[in-house]
Design a protein around this ligand. Structure first.
Ligand code: PMP
Ligand code: GLN
Length: 383
């Protein structure tokens, strides 16, 4: 116990499930399909570009908003993929991963008593960040296995205190995606309001079965309300680089940068230079859906006879498996037992739900080598 008298600002927050399950995997020498990170190598070309940038002297602070050639490359990518424009001078900021972008957006706009609508199961950083800023999250629980949104429910939760709606498509942890209709309904709800949409699109390039990613920037009115958040760590298999960005209309970005400049000021320079060169070749992101779909299909083919129930993931590199035919244990208990007894780590989904509702589902990360997926599948088939 501390000798100091203080009140925790986040009394209910515990170490994240990602640290817990990765720690357990390590402790039990288990295959780690819990925390979402690839276990294969980065493209050597990208690593060479980082070395080149370091050797060329890009080792001091980058501009506050990010290296201009990276911002320009991001703007070009938006035009190429979504036929829309963001001005690289004023509407794009490079961040220390998506996490910092999310933290900074929420800190820039959420005041005490403001309400933020989130859809649960929700990525774990949204709620505590809102709480740190004195705001309140209003959860809309999406029901397994479809995790579809009833937009009437959303409409009913909007009131004069609603300041922000956070969406995430493709969705971590469920592996579902929003349809064009979902986005149109959202657009209708925010039209004419002061609601900001935080659109977490870190898995924009990891989408399967010819689904089109429904970026908020594709919907003109929605775009005016939205911050789009992206992660180069997720996209280019380098989660440890912690590099991402966000885009928004200029007036919103001005407020974002007021906080960003005191939050990190700027982020690592040589990797920004390298990624700028790398994404100027569109095949580096256009190949990603088929690359990951092949991994998903490989994994699902191997476990199709298992006792887990499978609905194939539509996006992200996560596959949800329903274990209700195997045991009625609580999912956290079962995930921990799988790790210690069967040497396979996953993420119990209830931790992301309102009131920790347990739908008897676990999340497995398939951003792994075929060798790892094969070993994991042998365990899954033996359960
Ligand atoms: N949002 C979602 C939905 C995520 O899954 C993650 C984890 N990659 C993040 C944000 C954070 O991304 P980053 O590692 O770039 O901070
Ligand atoms: N986004 C990763 C996941 O969902 C984890 C990131 C983290 O460890 N905070 O597994």
């Amino acid at each position: 116990m501390s000798l100091l008298n203080f009140q925790s600002k986040l009394p209910r927050v515990e170490p994240s499930i990602f640290s817990v399950m990765s720690g357990l995997a390590h402790q039990h020498n288990a295959i780690n399909l819990s925390q979402g990170f690839p276990n294969f190598k980065s493209d050597p070309k990208l690593l060479e570009l980082v070395t080149k940038a370091m050797q060329s002297g890009y080792n001091q602070y980058a501009p506050m908003a990010g290296a201009i050639d990276l911002r320009e490359a991001i703007a070009t990518k938006f035009t190429h993929l979504y036929k829309t424009t963001y001005n690289p001078e004023f509407e794009i900021t490079v961040t220390a991963g998506a996490t910092q972008a999310i933290y900074t957006i929420i800190s820039a706009f959420i005041k005490p008593k403001d309400e933020v609508i989130i859809f649960t199961p929700a990525y774990d950083c949204y709620e505590p960040t809102v709480a740190l800023n004195g705001g309140k999250t209003v959860s809309i629980q999406l029901e397994a296995p479809s995790y579809g949104v009833n937009w009437n429910d959303v409409k009913n939760k909007i009131n004069s205190r609603t300041r922000m709606i956070i969406i995430n498509t493709p969705h971590n942890p469920s592996g579902t995606v929003f349809s064009n209709q979902d986005m149109l309904q959202l657009q209708e709800l925010v039209k004419g309001t002061n609601i900001i949409v935080l659109s977490d699109e870190v898995y924009e390039h990891i989408i399967f079965d010819d689904e089109q990613h429904q970026s908020a920037c594709l919907f003109p009115i929605l775009k005016e309300h939205s911050f789009i958040v992206a992660s180069f760590g997720k996209t280019f298999h380098n989660t440890g680089w912690k590099l991402g960005y966000c885009c928004a209309p200029k007036e919103l970005m001005v407020e974002f940068q007021k906080v960003h400049q005191f939050n990190v000021f700027c982020v690592n320079h040589p990797m920004q230079k390298a990624i700028a060169d790398y994404i100027n070749e569109p095949q580096h992101y256009e190949n990603l859906p088929s690359f990951y779909q092949q991994k998903r299909d490989f994994f699902l083919e191997l476990i199709k006879e298992s006792r887990f129930k499978i609905i194939p993931s539509k996006g992200t590199y996560f596959q949800v498996l329903d274990f209700s035919d195997i045991t009625q244990e609580n999912d956290v208990v079962f995930a921990k037992r799988l790790t210690s007894e069967f040497k396979l780590a996953s993420i119990p989904m209830s931790v992301f739900n309102e009131n920790h509702t347990d739908y008897k589902v676990l999340r497995f990360c398939f951003a792994k080598t075929e060798k790892t997926l094969k070993k994991a599948s042998e365990i899954i088939n033996s359960i």
